[in-house]
Design a protein around this ligand. Structure first.
Ligand SMILES: N[C@@H](CCC(=O)N[C@@H](CS)C(=O)NCC(=O)O)C(=O)O
Length: 228
């Protein structure tokens, strides 16, 4: 298997954590893609993933799987013992519900904020965004507020249960964790009075599968190129 990714970026970090959880790291070849140089918008890469985003999983038979949730599903089921996506119908439903919320209310709006309300991935990539779209910065800022509202929502969830989807660690925790990583890089702060979310984050950061795999958002070199 190959994973096309970029260490330090939030969605690739989701899959690196999954690979560690499932002890699959040694079975994967990591292929770095230059996001700041817009390599992911080249025609060669768009054939792998028409959405032009990372990560992408390539199977040994040449099948390409993109979307972090789909990649997680695949990796979690490879050994026939799913631990991150739920084993019972109820667990699966609750994990997917919270996973969708983690994307829709946190990591995706952080991404929109990053790309529209800040310089994002830099000049080369901006060519692929509608720079002259009137109001894009304001729209981006609203997405930032949406993401912070999402953080308050997850704080409330964590006031009543230990993990995002209930009693056990799941892919929804990984996505919220990566969303907060992205928020840090984009300059979006966690709202005050979010002590449950902050305590949960400190706990998740210490998990062996998470420690040293999510790292500082963006590699030092990429951060320098972005002027962060
Ligand atoms: N929905 C996708 C989101 C992937 C995504 O946005 N990846 C970012 C890296 S964290 C990316 O490739 N951004 C480049 C761009 O938007 O041009 C997933 O779940 O994998």
């Amino acid at each position: 298997m190959k994973i096309y990714d970029r260490p330090g970026f939030p969605n690739p970090a989701r899959i690196r954590i999954v690979l560690a959880e499932k002890q699959l790291e040694s079975q994967v070849e990591f292929v770095p893609v230059d996001l700041i140089g817009a390599e992911h918008k080249s025609s060669a890469f768009l054939q792998k993933n028409p959405s032009g985003v990372l990560p992408v999983l390539e199977l040994d038979d040449g099948t390409f799987i993109s979307e972090s949730t789909a990649i997680t599903e695949y990796l979690d089921h490879l050994d026939g013992r799913p631990t991150l996506t739920g084993a019972t119908p109820k667990q699966r439903a609750l994990i997917h519900m919270m996973q969708r919320r983690a994307e829709a209310e946190l990591i995706d709006p952080v991404g929109e904020y990053f790309h529209h309300a800040t310089p994002g991935l830099g000049q080369q990539l901006q060519a692929f965004k509608s720079l002259d779209w009137n109001g894009r910065a304001e729209w981006g800022r609203r997405q930032g507020e949406r993401a912070r509202a999402g953080m308050s929502y997850f704080n409330k969830v964590l006031e009543r249960q230990p993990y995002i989807a209930g009693e056990a660690f799941s892919m929804a925790d990984i996505t919220v964790f990566a969303g907060l990583l992205f928020a840090d890089a984009a300059g979006l702060t966690i709202p005050d009075n979010s002590s449950a979310l902050v305590a949960w984050r400190a706990r998740i950061a210490e998990l062996p599968s998470v420690k040293n795999r999510s790292g500082q958002a963006f590699l030092a070199d990429d951060a320098r190129r972005l002027g962060l």
